[in-house]
Design a protein around this ligand. Sequence first.
Ligand code: FES
Length: 139
Amino acid sequence: METCMTDHAPPRADDATPTLPVTLHVCLTCRIPGAEPEAEGAPRAGRLLHDALAAAMADDPAVRVVGVECLSNCSRGCTVALSGAGRWTYVVGALDPAVSPEAVRDGALRYAAAPDGLVPWRERPEAFRKGVVARVPAL
Ligand code: FES
C-alpha cells in the first residue's frame, strides 16, 4: 500500500495534451490471491483484465494497452504498470478483472493527462489509491 498520502503534483498547465501516448502494461499471468485456480485452458485473471482493458480503451489514443508476463507483483495480482516518456512510472496491484477495468481506465486517462504522470492522490480512483505498489521517477 502506498504510504505517502500527500499531493506531490506541481501545478499543471491547463489543457496540456501529451504528444506521446503512455503505456499501460497489464500482467497476463496474474491470478487473484486466494482464488481457486482457473480451469485447465481457462484464461488467468490477468488475461481477463488485459482483454477487458484493451476493449474498453480501444478508442483512447492517449494510452496503449500492452500485455506482459509478470511485473514481479505476483502476490498482489492483478497488476498493471503505467509509464511514459518524462513521467513517473506507477505499478498498481490488487486489481480484480471483474470490478477494476473502469477504475484502471480512469486512472490511466488521468495519468495520460498529467504531463509528469503525477496525479494528485485525491484525484486517483480508489483502486489506485489503495493498490499502488511503487512509483519510479522518470529518467
Ligand atoms: S504473475 Fe502478475 S505480477 Fe507476477
